[in-house]
Design a protein around this ligand. Structure first.
Ligand SMILES: [Mg+2]
Length: 292
């Protein structure tokens, strides 16, 4: 995740984060709410009110979260098995494309860190500091599925959009190797730093391989069509393509971040402001009962 953003904004937020990290337990973030005389109490309050709590608690504790991941990879395995059974010797080699973050790599420690520190929105600067530490686990079922592909000579191509500066590619490749995922090499990893459009890789791989399916946690991993503004437009495009899900596109659950966040805020990494907290409230209550 976490496409390149406006550089000025990123630098400004980095300054905030640096002061935060150097300051130990003090929390200059969300400073509009932080009265130094009430520091500790405010911190606890901010943690308890953190809008990330339910999403992160669910993905950290719910067996249902794990089961949804297994369901996705079980279905992916069936699709690959079917493609292997259909394949003739003369056909192009089979391949799959997978996104990385929240599709095969689980970032629990990052989200927990945000909550422990009273941060209630995705934080790009902290993400960039956290990422090289490899404090990651595999998404349930990812290992078995990727190894199934490898064992059956179905090539796995990893495509991600990340930006941690010049070392972005190195960090991404190192993570794949750290996880012992198959095909962790430069022929199978594409990193887009300046765009979230992954479609050039899809086009290129489709020319040399029979693309069986794509794995992602974000509709944009699948088609650029979904890169639209607005919740309703995005939703209706998904409904237009409903027969593709579980077929050529296998979706993993992600309640914390993604393009759905951009549909709400107009920004996939919205700033932690009270305006944005109000926008989140409006989104959550758009179909609310009026009490009558
Ligand atoms: Mg992802």
């Amino acid at each position: 995740m976490h496409m390149k953003k406006n550089n000025t904004e990123k630098v400004d937020r980095r300054k905030l984060i640096s002061s935060f990290l150097l300051g130990g337990l003090s929390l200059p973030l969300a400073s509009e709410e932080n009265d130094t005389s009430l520091g500790q109490a405010k911190t606890k309050d901010m943690r308890n009110k953190n809008s990330l709590l339910w999403a992160v608690a669910w993905s950290e504790t719910a067996a249902e979260f794990g089961a949804l991941c297994h369901q996705a990879f079980n279905l992916a395995t069936l699709r690959v098995e079917h493609a292997l059974n259909q394949k003739k010797d003369s056909d192009k080699p089979l391949a799959i494309i997978t996104d990385i973050d929240n599709t095969i790599i689980h970032a629990a420690s990052y989200w927990g860190y945000l909550i422990n520190n009273g941060i209630d929105f995705f934080d790009d600067a902290l993400w960039d500091q956290w990422l090289p530490k490899n404090l990651i686990t595999a998404v349930p079922g990812a290992d078995d599925f990727l190894n199934y592909c490898h064992k059956n000579e179905v090539e796995v191509f990893y495509v991600t959009n990340r930006d941690q500066g010049e070392k972005t590619y190195e960090y991404a490749l190192r993570q794949l190797r750290y996880m012992n995922f198959p095909f962790a090499d430069e022929n199978h990893l594409t990193v887009y730093r300046d765009t979230s459009n992954k479609m050039p890789t899809k086009t290129a791989i489709s020319q040399t391989h029979e693309l069986v399916l794509m794995l992602g946690d974000n509709l944009n991993d699948y088609k650029r069509d979904y890169y639209v503004d607005g919740i309703d437009e995005r939703y209706s495009l998904m409904e237009r393509d409903r027969s593709d899900f579980g077929e050529s596109f296998i979706l993993l659950p992600n309640a914390t971040d993604g393009h759905w966040v951009r549909a709400i805020f107009g920004d996939s990494e919205p700033a932690p402001t009270d305006d944005n907290r109000s926008i989140l409230m409006t989104a959550a209550t758009r179909n609310a009962w009026d009490g009558n």
